[in-house]
Design a protein around this ligand. Structure first.
Ligand code: GDP
Ligand code: IMO
Ligand code: MG
Length: 425
């Protein structure tokens, strides 16, 4: 049984939720390994729409054990709400397993996220304001509070007091904000302990044993390659490693356990928040993509910036993740365009770049070099077999495959669970 890592190959919102759900039909364990409730993964089943932020998309299948790994940051107020909501919709969240080593997002992280962004003014990242960056800052400065601390009230209060001594100075003296009182936080957070206790376990051991027993494990990345703290368009990134390597550190499984690495990419590209975006369209075509693709954020409702498929960035994502295959989503959204453009290189500061530039200044000045491909002008949302796709759609897919050197094995033709074309390489 293969162990699969599934990652976003662009700037997030590629359709990871839908593809994970699709693969989960035969899975035993589905794991989130980084990020927190900055993610918004949408799954459409019949008339129902689920927007999951923390709980892995595999939860919709009763045989799946969903796992939140140590690399995640957890806002417990959001987690208990998400569990209750699933429960109310007939999906049993009792199978959820959570690493005690995952860090907690605290109310002061959310507050700091907001004031830090405000202070950046024009340079702001456009974060989701969920406290993600400040929570990871505390993790790496070793001032973080972890899920396991919820079960020892004395230690929890001690850690909270130490954290707030520091944070309140920063909030009041640096950001001119009001200080935060520890007591209401302690009361609120210790109240979550009973709700989470039965879910917390050694998830690294759980995964090791599942792997040994030949179970099928899927790692569901959040965000995307270009938002990775190391490999993305820094500083306009998130504070974790969505790339495939993050699956091992963020879950405690060895790299040799991984057999497949699936990249998920839209047939075009989108970005929420600020930062460089070489193929961004500011014109009518971009506006059409927003409208046809329903490109508004699942978490914050923000309008997503849209552009033509960027093969330079996709080749980069293929490399840094070691992708073995690609899932190309939202192909149906391109159905009404007469001509499709794909970026095959960039021009920047008088030079041509075939590889994704690692220097911010070069990236900011990139103008895409486009190739044009014919559109298909036919509704493909009902197609389920590769050979039933119009020739131009197949040409587009095969062009992408050739450019990135790996097969496109799954094609998305609609948001619904079954709106998928499978293709064996
Ligand atoms: P994620 O964060 O990567 O899981 O992606 P999001 O859920 O934030 O955004 C993807 C959006 O596209 C969601 O509204 C999905 O329902 C939708 N979607 C996913 N795949 C397809 C597809 O192949 N076609 C269409 N039309 N919509 C899709
Ligand atoms: P999913 O998993 C798209 C973006 C934010 C911002 C930057 C940093 O649904 O693909 P953060 O709150 O993480 O500190 O914000 O990252 N961002 C996402 N964009 N999809 C996401 O998740 C994102 N999670 C964060 O818009 O630009
Ligand atoms: Mg999303």
């Amino acid at each position: 049984m293969p162990t699969t890592v599934l990652i976003g190959a662009q700037w997030g919102d590629e359709g990871k939720g839908k593809v994970t759900d699709h693969l989960s039909e035969t899975a035993d364990v589905v794991v989130r390994y980084q990020g927190g409730n900055n993610a918004g993964h949408t799954i459409v089943v019949g008339d129902e729409r689920f927007a999951l932020t923390l709980i892995p998309s595999g939860v919709l299948y009763p045989q799946v054990t969903p796992v939140i790994g140590n690399g995640c940051v957890i806002d417990p107020s959001v987690l208990v709400k998400e569990m209750a909501e699933l429960d109310s919709r007939g999906i049993d969240p009792s199978r959820l397993r959570i690493s005690g080593n995952a860090h907690l997002i605290m109310p002061y992280h959310r507050k700091l996220d907001a004031v830090m962004e405000r202070f950046l003014g024009q340079q702001q990242i456009g974060t989701t304001k969920r406290g993600i960056g400040p929570a990871y800052m505390d993790k790496y400065s070793r001032h973080g509070i972890r899920v396991q601390d919820l079960f020892d009230p004395k230690i929890f209060r001690q850690k909270l007091e130490i954290a707030l001594k520091d944070k309140n100075k920063i909030l009041t003296k640096v950001y001119n904000s009001l200080p935060i009182d520890p007591e209401p936080i302690a009361e609120e957070y210790l109240g979550y302990a009973d709700k989470l206790r039965d879910h917390v376990t050694d998830t690294s051991l759980l995964l090791f044993e599942a792997h040994q027993a030949g179970k099928q494990i899927i790692f569901e990345g959040a965000q995307g390659t270009l938002l990775d703290i190391d490999h993305g368009t820094y500083p306009f990134v998130t504070s974790s490693n969505p790339t495939a390597g993050g699956a091992t550190t963020g879950s405690g499984i060895g790299p040799k356990a991984i057999d497949r690495v699936i990249g998920v990419a839209k047939a075009y590209i989108t970005r929420v928040g600020t930062g460089p975006f070489p193929t961004e369209l500011h014109d009518e075509t971009g506006a059409r993509m927003v409208e046809l693709g329903g490109e508004f954020g699942t978490v914050t409702g923000r309008r997503r910036r849209c552009g033509w498929l960027d093969l330079v960035a996709l080749r980069y994502a293929t490399r840094v993740n070691g992708l073995t295959e690609l899932a190309l989503t939202k192909l149906d959204i391109l159905s009404s365009f007469d001509t499709l453009k794909v970026a095959v290189a960039y021009d920047s500061l008088g030079e041509r770049f075939d590889e994704f530039p690692r220097q911010q200044r070069i990236l900011y000045n990139c103008n895409p070099v486009y190739e044009e491909l014919p559109g298909w002008n036919t509704d493909i949302s009902g197609v389920r077999l590769y050979d039933d796709l119009p020739g131009e759609a197949r040409q587009y897919i095969e062009y992408v495959e050739k450019a990135i050197g790996i097969p496109v094995t799954t094609i998305g033709v609609g948001p619904a669970r079954d709106a998928t074309v499978e293709r064996t390489a």
